[in-house]
Design a protein around this ligand. Structure first.
Ligand code: PEP
Length: 257
């Protein structure tokens, strides 16, 4: 079964409202409305509504980078799922490694957020991936298996078909070190087999994005891999030209080694 590729930009803590609007407009103009792929940008909360407004009538979709695990209440400084939806977000990144690392997000919290996002009609992008120490200790598959199994706990097959997974090896995020297409495919294939074991045929519908220093010059080879269904892009999504080139990837086989 073919899965429509999704190219998602994670702007992290960058861009003012005016800069966000400008970037959305430039990106929409550069990419047009390709029918064979989806485009998503995830601005900071402060720019979400303005970016969503600027994206209206274009192919660019807008998502949040996080949300709280409660619907409302006394949680100072937090943003509820309904609020990001109200601002125009259709997607939400959940369990990014920076949230796991700096804000102590556990698999249990990540799972609660994934379930709540689905209940609220948002598409969760569940981030999974090992640190350098874990890879060097030979624990890549154990860690990824735990992130996937725990992150998707208590979901039905129908729910899972609506989830996007992003495999992001932590050692490749913002470091300029990209997993080779073969290294990435090895883990993406592992995730697909795990999804099959847990949810049967629904596994074929789940898009598994790769994230970690995706750039215009490596996106084509990554996207040629059978189980890589798009990208979650940090640094290179902050420049319209670079991200447009990534969105407009042309899957080609990696050069011979
Ligand atoms: C990310 O923020 O999820 C990411 C992959 O960042 P970068 O592309 O900069 O490595």
């Amino acid at each position: 079964m073919s899965r429509k590729p999704l190219m998602a930009g994670n702007w992290k803590m960058h861009k003012t409202i005016a800069e966000s609007v400008d970037l959305v407009k430039k990106l929409a103009a550069l990419t047009g409305a390709p029918a064979d792929r989806e485009i998503l940008v995830c601005p900071p909360f402060t720019a979400l509504a303005a970016a969503a407004q600027a994206a209206k009538g274009t192919a660019v979709q807008v998502g949040a980078q996080n949300m709280n695990d409660n619907l409302q209440g006394a949680f100072t400084g937090e943003v509820a799922p309904g609020m990001v939806k109200d601002a125009g977000a259709t997607h939400v990144v959940i369990g990014h490694s920076e949230r796991r690392q700096f804000y102590g997000e556990t698999d249990a919290l990540v799972n609660k957020k994934v379930r709540l996002a689905l209940e609220q009609g948002l598409t969760p992008i569940l981030c999974v991936g090992e640190t350098l120490a874990e890879r060097e200790a030979g624990k890549t598959f154990t860690v990824v298996e735990r992130h996937v199994t725990e992150g998707l706990k208590a979901l039905s097959a129908a729910d899972v078909a609506r989830v996007v997974i992003a495999y992001e090896p932590v050692w490749a995020i913002g470091t300029g070190k990209t997993a080779t297409p073969d290294q990435a495919q090895e883990v993406h294939g592992f995730i697909r087999r795990k999804l099959e074991a847990l949810f049967g045929n629904a596994a074929e519908k789940v898009r598994v994005l790769y994230g970690g220093s995706v750039k215009p010059d490596n996106v084509d080879a990554l996207m040629a891999q059978p189980d890589i269904d798009g990208g979650l892009v940090g640094g290179a999504s902050l420049k319209a030209d670079d991200f447009a080139r990534i969105v407009l990837f042309q899957a080609v086989a990696a050069p011979a080694k």
